[in-house]
Ligand binder design. Sequence first.
Ligand code: S3P
Length: 185
Amino acid sequence: MKQQTGKIQAEENIVLIGFMGCGKTTMGTKLSYRLRRTMEDTDKLIEKRQGKSVSDIFAQNGEGYFRDLETMLLEELTKSFHGKILSVGGGTPVRQKNRELLKKIGMVVYLRIQPETVYNRLKGDTTRPLLQTEDPMKRIIDLMGQRSALYEEAADLIIDVDEKESEQILRIICEAYQKRNKILL
Ligand code: S3P
């Protein structure tokens, strides 16, 4: 571990962002085993605290309420989250405030995915309120159109995941983290 400006850089968190179905939770879990670090997921933390699912929060309190919970949680994590892996909801980086908070939390990795892959992975899924429409493919394309540039803006590292094995994605993330923090993992 290398000490820089009074801060132990190896304690930097890794933050995974990207569209629904891009593999944030899967890769986060694999990374947490590989690096022996705790992994948290903002959706799961919110569900635990609210005592209900994201779908129920959307249905009962509205999307705006959920978005405010996301921002409040990120604010909190900037102060209390160190040396861990964080995966966030697909819509989290849309707010500018959240993009700033994500950068503060750690190295932001954008798992970039094609709309067709999302569609194939998530068809039949009932846990994503935003995709419960007559034409989920159209919704995926529309949302991606609105979000792609924002994901890119938030990212320190972008990985195209469609054609990659998870092992390859892990290696890319670990190498970038190692380089950025000037440490050996
Ligand atoms: C959302 C993505 C979901 C969840 C919520 C909204 C989005 O998380 O936060 O349903 O706006 O893209 P995942 O990306 O983990 O599915």
